[in-house]
Design a protein around this ligand. Structure first.
Ligand SMILES: [Cu+2]
Length: 235
């Protein structure tokens, strides 16, 4: 059986993974994320070594892809479930599919498996599913119904992965919030310790939600960005 080598697919996957991580840091998160940078550099060195003979390129790139796949699933997994958050949804699906294809290619190349038609199949499946994810995200974002603020809403805006206020105050009872996410990435608004006090904030969209709050002082935060937090006082 002839066909493309697993090593070739591994190299293309590494290049795709690097591009995705550049997009994550420049367009989606718009900040340098140290683990993303480290894994991106490992893929970059791996891709260079894959252009030379010897096993080092296959081994390094395969290890990098296992880290790439796990870190995307563990730290960015939530993005996979919110299509209206187009940027973070599409790039995370692209990264997970690239990670799966890269890991499959790496393991087969490491084991010395012969070139086969399956190589092109794995590559084509990853590309096709990425296109599907982009289309689903685009449709969900374009069709999203943005909320309008209602009198009495507490307005909270997320921009550059920061909340615009560190202190919020509401009377006890039903508190309504108008949440505006001006970023290209998914945030959420989580009032810690309040049942039903969590709401997803899709990228570039506006949403509202209401929670029943008892008197007291609460922390609120975004579960995906540790710097995004504040205090909610309920009187
Ligand atoms: Cu956030």
């Amino acid at each position: 059986m002839s066909g493309t080598s697993w090593r070739t697919l591994l190299r293309w996957a590494a290049i795709a993974g690097i591009v995705e991580y550049v997009i994550v840091m420049t367009l989606v998160e718009r900040s340098v994320i140290p683990p993303v940078l480290v894994i991106g550099v490992l893929l970059f060195i791996g891709a260079i070594l894959l252009g030379r003979s010897g096993p080092a390129g296959v081994r390094l790139t395969t290890v990098a892809f296992v880290l790439f796949l796990l870190s995307n699933l563990v730290f960015a997994g939530k993005n996979l479930t919110v299509p209206a958050s187009f940027g973070s949804f599409a790039v995370t699906w692209a990264a997970v599919l690239t990670g799966v294809a890269g890991t499959i290619a790496g393991v087969n190349a490491w084991r010395g498996r012969e070139p086969s038609p399956a190589v092109a199949g794995v590559g084509a499946a990853a590309v096709a599913l990425t296109v599907v994810a982009v289309v689903i995200g685009l449709a969900a974002s374009l069709g999203y119904h943005n909320a309008k603020a209602v009198n009495g809403d507490v307005a909270v805006r997320a921009k550059d992965s920061k909340f615009d206020k560190a202190v919020l105050a509401v009377p006890r009872g039903q508190a309504s919030f108008f949440l505006d996410n001006a970023d290209n990435t998914l945030h959420n608004f989580h009032i810690v310790g309040v049942k039903g006090g969590t709401k997803e904030m899709p990228a570039n969209h506006r949403t509202r939600f209401t929670a029943s709050v008892a008197a007291g002082t609460y922390k609120y935060r975004c579960d995906y960005h540790t710097d995004m937090k504040g205090t909610l006082t309920v009187s």
